[in-house]
Design a protein around this ligand. Structure first.
Ligand code: COA
Length: 189
């Protein structure tokens, strides 16, 4: 049953029937983020489940990453608390530097990545790619979709590189009239 729909920079529909993957407590990954400036050791960034306790930090990161498109805090709280939603945070020394949200549509075996953002100071180090991959893994669906502003070149390149291809266009999807591209990846194990 779909219980919640959130359009702005991606749609978030939570399937209440879907079984949430084990999110609590388990560390999804502890990737060594490639640091193109700081030498071979790079940064140790953890990617793990976010909770309502991260509301303030996620809201701040949303603002930095999405500006006019950022979700208002009730939407962020919903994303952080709705059952079945995949919500992962990337932290460096306790500071939130990245975030991703995804949800499943059980019967269609379709997952949606509703939001992915990386703090500007930590971009181009592979973190967006890792968050996306961790979300896909958490979703566990055969197909994953997402939407983006047609002019969002960074996101487009990230998704193309991750194996997504364009499957649809939603005309005038954003408040300012910009079209949204819809992209999909078929996940092979
Ligand atoms: C899109 C975003 C999440 C990418 O995060 P990131 O951590 O910088 O991405 P990565 O370092 O993992 O990049 C992976 C690949 O994506 C592509 N890419 C990422 N940013 C790019 C940019 N600014 N220009 C061109 N290609 C880019 C590159 O192919 C890159 O691989 P490379 O660095 O080896 O060339 C980040 O720019 C962001 O938060 N943007 C604002 C929020 C947003 O638009 N989110 C997506 C909404 S749909």
């Amino acid at each position: 049953m779909s219980a919640y729909i959130r359009p702005p920079h991606g749609s978030l529909t939570v399937d209440l029937a879907a079984q949430p993957l084990s999110q609590k407590g388990s560390r999804i990954a502890n990737p060594l983020i490639e640091d193109k400036q700081a030498g071979p050791d790079g940064f140790q960034v953890s990617i793990e489940p976010a909770t309502w306790r991260d509301l303030r930090a996620v809201a701040a990161l949303e603002k930095v990453c999405f500006g006019r498109d950022s979700w208002p805090w009730p939407e962020i709280l919903a994303a952080l608390t709705f059952p079945g939603t995949i919500r992962l945070k990337a932290e460096l020394e306790g500071q939130l530097v990245g975030f991703v949200v995804g949800d499943r549509r059980g019967r269609k075996d379709l997952g949606w990545v509703a939001s992915v953002g990386v703090h500007p100071e930590y971009r181009r180090r592979g973190l967006g790619r890792q968050l996306l991959a961790a979300c896909e893994h958490g979703l566990g669906t055969h197909r994953v979709r997402l939407s983006l502003r047609q002019t969002n070149e960074a996101a487009l390149e990230l998704y193309l590189q991750a194996g997504y291809s364009r499957v649809d266009l939603w005309p005038k999807y954003y408040r300012d009239g910009e079209d949204a591209l819809v992209m999909e990846r078929i996940v092979t194990t």
